[in-house]
Design a protein around this ligand. Structure first.
Ligand SMILES: [Zn+2]
Length: 193
């Protein structure tokens, strides 16, 4: 059954070892932030640093694994029809819009949409790690300068993940203008046995 995350919102759910998670962008140019926790001990969680180290690349895609802070595989990536994801940048937060957008007032964010949905699993704001940013198109030059460019994904592009252990998953439809080429779209997901 396909489940829907409305634009600028999020969801949290569990995934059993061996189950697959399909994350789909029903429209073009939309990013989805994903964080993972060990369902039996939430102190074990997704680690960008361990993943980039063990996978020996900063471009994580089909064939790569997502690793934890305890150096365990949390997920494998079985399919990736778009091929561009980011694992450098933290989830957009209220401060992102103050500091980088000069935006005043309330702005939805992945950070809020992650911790508010993960609260039912006992996970708080300070527990949220750097997310695996599905479809996010962060480019870098030879000097190391970063830019957030429009996502390259087309309508219907998806990633298929396989859980390597029992997991709690937080997932969003990203709320940052620059990450999504200025407009916000929903994200769909499907849990497959
Ligand atoms: Zn975001």
């Amino acid at each position: 059954m396909i489940q829907k995350i409305d634009k600028q919102s999020g969801a949290a759910f569990t995934l059993k070892k061996g189950q697959k998670l399909k994350v789909i962008s029903p429209e073009a140019e939309q990013v989805s932030d994903m964080v993972l926790f060990n369902a039996h001990d939430i102190r074990e969680k997704l680690s960008s640093g361990k993943t980039l180290d063990f996978e020996e690349t900063i471009l994580i895609t089909k064939g790569n694994f997502l690793w934890s802070n305890r150096s365990q595989k949390l997920m494998g990536i079985l399919e990736d029809t778009n091929g561009r994801n980011d694992f450098l940048l933290a989830p957009c937060s209220p401060e992102t819009f103050e500091i980088m957008y000069d935006y005043k007032g309330y702005h939805p964010s992945c950070f809020e949409n992650l911790y508010s949905n993960l609260e039912e699993f006992g996970i708080g704001p300070d527990d949220v790690p750097t997310a695996f940013n599905i479809f996010m198109n962060v480019q870098f030059d030879n000097e190391g300068n970063l830019s957030v460019d429009p996502p390259l994904n087309k309508a219907g592009d998806y990633l298929l993940f396989e859980a390597k252990t029992d997991l709690i998953v937080g997932l969003t439809a990203c709320s940052a203008e620059d990450s999504n080429n200025g407009s916000f779209k929903p994200i769909h997901f499907e849990i497959i046995d």
